[in-house]
Design a protein around this ligand. Structure first.
Ligand code: FES
Length: 103
């Protein structure tokens, strides 16, 4: 069964910033780029380094450990050394709150 988890108020997540959420499904990093919000598993598929330690640029999140980058929207691994995609989660804004959908 899927459920929505509240993250924070939309207006409190600044453009280019991230927030992490611990869930029973694992740690999730929530990212704002422009007006868009994305949610991804907070674990690089290369060596499990937290992606929240990295940076956001041009629609991608970059791993700070070895520099792999992933598409924010799809989670696709776009550069080595990572070659496996990151799990992504649906996001909605509900009554001004960012919510992520987990199964
Ligand atoms: S742990 Fe992320 S690129 Fe190596």
């Amino acid at each position: 069964m899927s459920t929505f988890i509240k993250v924070c108020e939309y207006k409190k997540l600044a453009d280019g910033s991230m927030r992490t959420v611990s869930t029973k499904h694992g740690n999730i990093v929530v990212v704002r780029e422009g007006d868009n919000i994305y949610a991804l598993a907070n674990e690089c598929t290369h060596e499990e380094f937290p992606l929240s330690e990295g940076w956001i640029e041009d629609g991608c999140i970059h791993c700070a450990f070895h520099g792999a980058k992933f598409d924010l929207k799809t989670g696709e691994a776009l550069s080595l050394p990572a070659y496996e995609n990151i799990v992504t989660y649906p996001v909605r804004i509900n009554d001004g709150m960012i919510e992520i959908k987990v199964e």
